[in-house]
Structure formats: C-alpha cells, structure tokens
Design a protein around this ligand. Structure first.
Ligand code: SF4
Length: 336
C-alpha cells in the first residue's frame, strides 16, 4: 500500500465517521479523564454493560482527584459487575499519579501519559487522539482485523510479528489533521462493517483499496491456535452466624486481591458437610466450578477470614460470582 493510498484510506474513514459515527457519552467530551475511564471500562466489559454503568461511575469519580482520594475498597466496590478488578486498581494508581506528578491536571504529552500506571500503547493512543486530537497510532482487535483485511495479511495478528506489522501500519496510516475521527472510524468500522463473522464489504467506505474483499475476507485475520481451556474446581463453605457471614479477604498476589470471597476449603474438609449448590462460570481461559457446602456449627475463622454483618455486605467489595451466589442463598440460610 503506497503513501497516497494510505492517505486516501485515512480520509475516506474520517469522512465516513463524520457521517455515520455512533453517539456515546465518551464521544461527547474531550475530557481526557472521562475518555480514559471509558477506554479502561471497555477493555474487557461489553458495550451494553459499560453504557449502563459509565454515567453513574463518572458522577461518583468525575476527576482523577476524586478517585485518588477514594479508598481501595470504595474503588473496588464501585467496579463490581464490571469484572477484571486489576483495571480499577490501575485506574486509581493512575489517578494518584496524576495528582502527585501533575498536580491533578491530566498530562497532554505522550510520554507522560504512557508513564501513568496501567496505560499501554492502545490506551495512550486512544487518549491522545480522542481527547487531544493528536495523531497517535492505536490498534485493538477491531483495528487489527481491518488492517489484516485491507492488506490481505496472513501473518497471525496475535503473534509478535503480527503485532509489529499492525503497529507499523498504524504509524504509517495516521491522519494528521483529523485523528480523532479517523481513529474512531477505524474502530467503528471493525465493530459495525468489517466484523469478525461476515464483513459487509458492500457498505465499506474503504472497499476500493481493500486487498481481501474478493478473497474471502471472513477467513482473516489469521490467529495462532487457541490455548486450551483449563478446568478449575474448588470447594467453598457458607457460614452464617449471629455475627454475620464468614468471608475471606483475598490477599495481595491473588487475582481477586482486596475482594471478599466465600472461604475456600479442601475437598476432604467438606466431604461430610451439607452440599448446598454448585456454580460454574468462565474467566479468561478458565472454566471454574465451585461446590458450596454449609459449614459445620462451631466453624472458626481462619487467617484472613472475618464475619461481615449481613447489613454491611453492600458496602464491601466482593467478587461478582460470590455476590451472586450469596444473594441467592443467604435468605434461605439457617443462622447458627
Ligand atoms: Fe473489511 Fe470488506 Fe471493508 Fe475489506 S472491504 S475492509 S474486508 S469490510
């Protein structure tokens, strides 16, 4: 693809976005904090879920100062239901860095934005282009698919060589005068037109330049073979007393660090206990099955475990599967 073609593609995309771009709350603002929050939320949470939570979250933490001043518990609690809690910890760390290093003013330079905790190349590119209208490269899964098809590339997009190829192209394809619309268009084209299953090439604004349009573009992008799903199984107890429900605070180093979960026991320890329910859910490449048993009377808290009063459950941060199963079972639980 020569420089002139690249420019034409970038311009066609920007024009298409001005005519067809969808309206989202984060597209009505150029506030870099609001844009950063939307990008972090959208990383691993579906669009409808983010749309349902974003406004409320921004009202609670409208500036970096507001999140920087919140406790980790408050931040985790506010993120419940969005999953992947590492994101809100990073967001809070970024807010604290903005307050400490930049006196609370969101930095405008690429190097300063990239130096914030939890900000990778994609997020930096999104903030720079969407908030400050600066020409900054950006590649996510949608953009990678569009690029792979435009170039009819057979390099696996999730391989190191594929990533280098994608980012090199993103650098070469920058729109110098309308980067906000252009970057938005790239992502939106991947979401709406150049979709994973069946690209709608007849509606595509860059069809004229696409090398894959007549070569079964649905086969692209090529990806490395998928990693196998790993099955995980664990055994938990439900113990409700007059003091509350027994929960375990997850320590640093565990995936749910800072969140409260039902106490875990070994399979042998629960074998004589009453089985209450099973719960199955998927997290990344893990398929988790948990077996919940009613604790024996007189069960004592272990290290990291505490009784949480039932009326205080709403205030503590809890892993979503735990809140779900507790909400469903607690009313029917016998107090011991
Ligand atoms: Fe994707 Fe088809 Fe457009 Fe090519 S022409 S970029 S395959 S939608």
């Amino acid at each position: 693809m020569n420089p002139q073609e690249r420019q034409q593609i970038a311009q066609a995309l920007a024009d298409w976005f001005h005519a067809n771009g969808r309206d989202y709350p984060w597209r009505r603002t150029t506030d870099p904090w609001a844009i950063l929050v939307s990008e972090i939320m959208l990383q691993q949470t579906t669009l409808p879920t983010v749309l349902g939570r974003y406004g409320e979250w921004m009202r609670r933490f409208p500036t970096p100062q507001d999140l920087a001043a919140a406790t980790e518990d408050e931040a985790l609690r506010s993120w419940e239901g969005l999953g992947y809690y590492r994101r809100v910890r990073s967001l809070r760390a970024a807010a604290q860095a903005i307050v400490e290093r930049h006196a609370g003013v969101f930095p405008t330079e690429a190097a300063d934005i990239r130096a914030l905790p939890g900000i990778g190349d994609y997020t930096a590119g999104a903030v720079l282009s969407f908030a400050f209208n600066k020409p900054a490269p950006l590649v996510d899964a949608n953009v990678a698919r569009v690029f792979a098809r435009l170039c009819n590339s057979r390099t696996p997009v999730d391989s190191p060589a594929g990533r280098r190829e994608q980012w090199r192209l993103a650098e070469q394809m920058l729109h110098r005068t309308d980067p906000r619309a252009y970057n938005s268009a790239l992502m939106e084209l991947g979401q709406l037109v150049c979709t994973a299953g069946a690209p709608q090439c007849l509606l595509c604004p860059v069809r004229a330049w696409c090398r894959a349009k007549d070569k079964n573009p649905a086969e692209l992008p090529v990806k490395l073979p998928k990693k196998q799903t790993t099955a995980l199984e664990h055994w938990d107890i439900l113990h409700v007393t007059k003091r509350g429900i027994l929960l375990e605070l997850q320590p640093e180093g565990r995936r749910h660090a800072g969140l409260w979960r039902l106490p875990r026991r070994s399979q042998e320890e629960v074998q004589d206990l009453e089985h209450i329910a099973d719960q199955a859910y998927s997290v990344t490449r893990y398929r988790v099955t948990r077996h919940l048993h009613r604790a024996a009377p007189g069960t004592r808290p272990r290290k990291g475990e505490s009784y949480i009063p039932l009326h205080g459950l709403e205030q503590i941060p809890m892993a979503s599967p735990d809140r779900k199963i507790i909400n469903g079972l607690i009313s029917g639980s016998r107090t011991r």
